[in-house]
Design a protein around this ligand. Structure first.
Ligand code: NAI
Ligand code: MG
Length: 366
């Protein structure tokens, strides 16, 4: 089958790291490892410059029709003064919202070669491989009312509202259990049912879903605060952690830092099945931004972008073997000692394309 990919390089280092994925895709096409057809679209500052909006309706239509979107990064100081509605981030937010990408997957994997540079003890993180699953389209970031009111006595009142409906909890729960079945078969659900009604419902719905459809998966609840503590104390006890938008935002950033540099972290955001492609709407992107401080210098680490493509192979194209090979190639290249500047102590660092080429060469050998 042909795999359709919409490449959205974006701004800053986005096009540089995307360039390494393009080489990898060309290599796979040339060697009969899948048939990838790619198209490109603009999002972020580049689209503002070209069209006056962070993403055009035409590119949104292509995003809706493709099998998977690969996104680089958007934004930068050049566009800091544009109107709020058309700022570069508005393009990413529109992609997430219009495609209803409600499930955000953030793996935290510690490559053995980098265990010594983690902020935790090497034995705590060595071999770590967990998945934080964050609900991305609901909860307190979106709930209404969302207001600041002047109370007139020198006081103001700020209100944010957390709302979750059964269907929103159930659909993220399904993703969690299905992920776990392909991993180490364990799900930990985190909420604060002791003080929040959304936590009570979250707990209820997850428990019922587990009992009804996924009783083969090991399942536990933890309160999100002590869960956060456990995540730093002994992260290897977890496999898949599922939580709401706010807790997931915090816990995934904490988990990320267990494993090292921003330049290493991939992510995926999945939505409902697209009737046109029969696959879930999906966007894959590095966690990092456009890194204006190093853009244009060939210094960016392409690993987060390449690993994001690996997630596309795994979750959109069911190419598990190739996805495993990409992960192994990255691990081997790191073990050989090759490092970009962001993960290097001292000594000569590899450039973006030296790192990309080394990973592709290793991938070809495996
Ligand atoms: P950033 O992630 O771009 O950079 C933070 C630091 O990490 C910088 O020192 C940068 O050089 C370094 N870094 C990031 N990725 C790297 C890589 N692949 N290799 C080596 N070093 C890397 O975050 P920052 O500086 O807060 O934001 C810069 C711009 O990116 C802003 O305009 C921001 O709005 C945008 N941004 C976009 C995101 C997206 O497109 N999803 C996410 C985060 C920020
Ligand atoms: Mg965050």
């Amino acid at each position: 089958a042909t795999h359709n990919l919409l490449l959205v390089p974006g701004d800053g280092i986005g096009p540089e790291v995307m360039g390494e994925v393009k080489k990898l895709i060309a290599y796979m096409n040339a060697n009969g490892m899948g048939r990838f057809e790619t198209e490109e679209a603009m999002c972020g500052g580049c689209a503002i410059d070209a069209h006056g909006v962070p993403i055009t309706d035409a590119d949104m239509e292509r995003a809706k029709a493709t099998d998977a979107i690969l996104f680089g990064a958007a934004g930068g100081p050049k566009w800091d003064k544009v109107a709020y509605e058309i700022r570069p981030e508005a393009g990413i937010l529109r992609l997430r919202k219009d495609l209803q990408l409600y499930a955000n997957l953030r793996p935290a994997v510690c490559f053995p070669a980098l265990a010594a540079s983690s902020s935790l003890k090497p034995e705590v993180v060595e071999g770590l491989d967990i998945m934080i699953l964050r609900e991305l389209t609901g909860g307190v970031y979106f709930g209404e009312p969302k207001t600041i009111t002047d109370l007139g006595n020198g006081q103001k009142r700020a209100i944010d509202t957390q709302i979750y409906d059964t269907y929103e909890i159930e659909r993220i729960g399904r993703v969690a259990f299905e992920l776990a079945r392909k991993r180490r078969n364990k799900v930990t659900s985190m909420e604060k049912r002791n003080v929040m009604k959304t936590g009570v419902l979250w707990n209820e719905v997850m428990t019922a879903l587990h009992k009804r459809e996924y009783s083969d998966v090991e399942f536990e609840h933890q309160l999100a605060d002590s869960g956060g503590m456990q995540l730093v104390r002994w992260p290897k006890q977890f496999d898949v952690i599922v939580c709401d938008n706010l807790f997931g935002d915090m816990l995934s950033d904490i988990a990320a830092m267990l494993t090292g540099s921003l330049g290493m972290l991939p992510s995926a955001s999945l939505g409902e099945i697209n009737p046109k492609t029969k696959k879930r709407h999906a966007m894959y992107e590095p966690v990092h931004g456009s890194a204006p401080d190093i853009a244009g210098k060939g210094l960016a680490n392409p690993i987060a972008m390449i690993a994001s493509f690996g997630m596309a192979l795994r979750y959109s194209f069911d190419a598990l073997k190739e996805a495993d090979l990409i992960d192994a190639a990255i691990a081997n290249v790191l073990a050989s000692g090759l490092r970009t500047a962001d993960i290097k102590g001292d000594g000569k660092a590899a450039s973006t394309s030296e790192m990309g080429d080394a990973i592709i060469a290793e991938f070809g050998k495996l």
